[in-house]
Unconditional design. Structure first.
Ligand code: IMP
Length: 441
């Protein structure tokens, strides 16, 4: 069976903790989209692992797969693998031969294009990892795939076609000096060697066959979504989005198993009990102005600084129309709600229950970001819950969660139409209270 873990908001919902928890019951953990723009922190016995490309399950000795829907920066991948090996782990990571490779020129172009867009406020606040330019080349049929790195002749041909175009783009369109990142020979030598390492370590696979045969044999596969529904290229707040499909459909297209396989399994939406956002663009429930101090408090307490970039995240109240949108787009069968401990001890707890737009009450997100930006949230107030010893609560289980926080969770489940499977009351794996294990649901 399969379990798909999806971010239901803007990324950074704390998916890593759940992937790590339930990954223990899976035979394989597979990522289906994104690249090293993701940042997952896994804490085990006080040891912290910050991963951006290696699937978090690798910390638990699971086979980790990067599916064809991912964009892979091999340098980051090898750095993370080497680092985990230095720390005594032996991560088993397989990479789809159909996955696209983030090349040095993609990272440079990401920065150049963001800079150019910033004049008209259209910059997405990207992580600068070359994600967008790599997906552009994939769709433009000029990308380099992992399988191409294994064949020097193919690699050379592809580079000779694409690199001069990228150089011209950098120099003639953006007026930037192109360096080694745009030099065919330099890139060829470096990436041929990377292909050799992939081959030497037998890391590449036909992901669909690899995963499909395991599912057929009755093994359990956990699909690990990165980012979140509202920064999905199709269902998110375009253009302030990432360039892939974090939504559950991506688990099928991004790995090569059928949508019926994904649909027969569980799809768990990960929710942060409030909103955080690293990128630019509107955010109707954002805490600004008089609420700045409250935002600072939540940011500090929740450690709301980008895992990949270290940028301080913007903070807002929970946006419930965003969650209703996510529940439909993903077909959630369950929810995991994180960070309820961060909201403990506040004088007030509110959520954006619906929006007001041009005199109309909306219960889900409008399809254009301009209209979303004009939405005024209708806030609903909840009884705040006290600060308690969350480790003790984690030990005792769900019943020990303060009543007011339980009422908040009940409201969420009711509005989203899916039961709460787990509640995060702290960053450590032991601080996730499990009500239902989706592999046994
Ligand atoms: P990109 O994915 O680097 O192209 O960035 C595009 C948008 O997605 C920006 O607003 C980023 O801040 C956002 N983004 C990308 N990855 C993550 C993530 O893992 N968590 C939260 N936001 C992300």
């Amino acid at each position: 069976m399969t379990v798909t873990i999806v971010g239901s908001q803007l990324g950074d919902e704390g998916k890593g903790a759940l992937v790590d928890l339930w990954g223990g019951d899976a035979d394989v953990v597979a990522r289906y989209q994104g690249g090293d723009n993701a940042g997952h922190t896994v804490v085990e016995d006080g040891d912290e692992y910050k991963l951006s490309l290696v699937p978090s399950g690798a910390v638990r000795d699971k086979i980790g797969v990067l599916g064809n829907g991912c964009v892979v920066n091999p340098k980051t991948l090898f750095e993370e693998i080497d680092d985990l090996r230095d720390r005594g782990l032996e991560p088993d990571v397989r990479v789809a031969r159909r996955a696209h490779v983030i090349m040095p020129y993609h990272r440079v172009l990401d920065g150049i294009e963001e800079e150019a867009k910033s004049d008209s406020d259209l910059d997405a606040g990207t992580t600068g990892r070359g994600i967008g330019p790599t997906y552009e080349d994939k769709a433009g049929r000029r990308g380099i795939r992992v399988g191409d790195l294994l064949d020097p002749e193919v690699l050379r041909d592809r580079l000779e076609y694409v690199v001069p175009q990228k150089r011209a783009l950098a120099e003639d369109v953006f007026g930037v000096d192109a360096g080694d990142a745009f030099d065919v020979d330099a890139v060829f030598e470096e990436y041929r060697a990377i292909g050799e390492r992939f081959a030497d370590e037998s890391m590449t696979v036909n992901a669909g066959e690899f995963l499909g045969s395991r599912v057929d044999d009755g093994e359990s596969v956990l699909f690990e979504g990165a980012q979140g529904t509202s920064i999905d290229i199709d269902h998110g707040i375009y253009p302030y989005v990432t360039s892939s499909n974090p939504t559950a459909g991506g688990a099928a297209t991004g790995t090569g198993v059928g949508p019926t396989v994904v649909g027969r399994g569980e799809v768990v939406g990960i929710v942060k009990a409030y909103l955080s956002r690293v990128g630019t663009g509107p955010l109707p429930t954002e805490l600004t102005g008089d609420d700045e101090e409250l935002a600072d408090y939540i940011r500090e307490k929740g450690g709301e600084f980008g895992t990949v970039t270290g940028r301080p995240r913007r903070i807002g109240w929970l946006d419930v129309p965003m969650l209703r949108h996510a529940a439909r787009a993903n077909g959630f069968t369950g929810l995991a709600v994180n960070h309820i401990d961060v909201l403990a001890g506040l004088d007030e707890v509110q959520v954006g229950h619906s929006y007001d737009l041009d005199g109309e009450e909306l219960f889900t997100m409008p399809a254009t970001t301009e209209r979303w930006g004009r939405c005024e949230p209708n806030l609903r107030e909840f009884e705040p819950w006290p600060e308690v010893d969350w480790s003790a609560v984690a030990d005792e289980g769900y019943g020990a969660i303060p009543d007011a926080a339980q009422a908040y969770l009940d409201y969420l489940a009711e509005e989203v139409g899916a039961p709460v499977y787990a509640v995060g009351v702290g960053p450590d794996r032991a601080q996730t209270i499990e009500l239902t294990n989706p592999f046994q649901a």
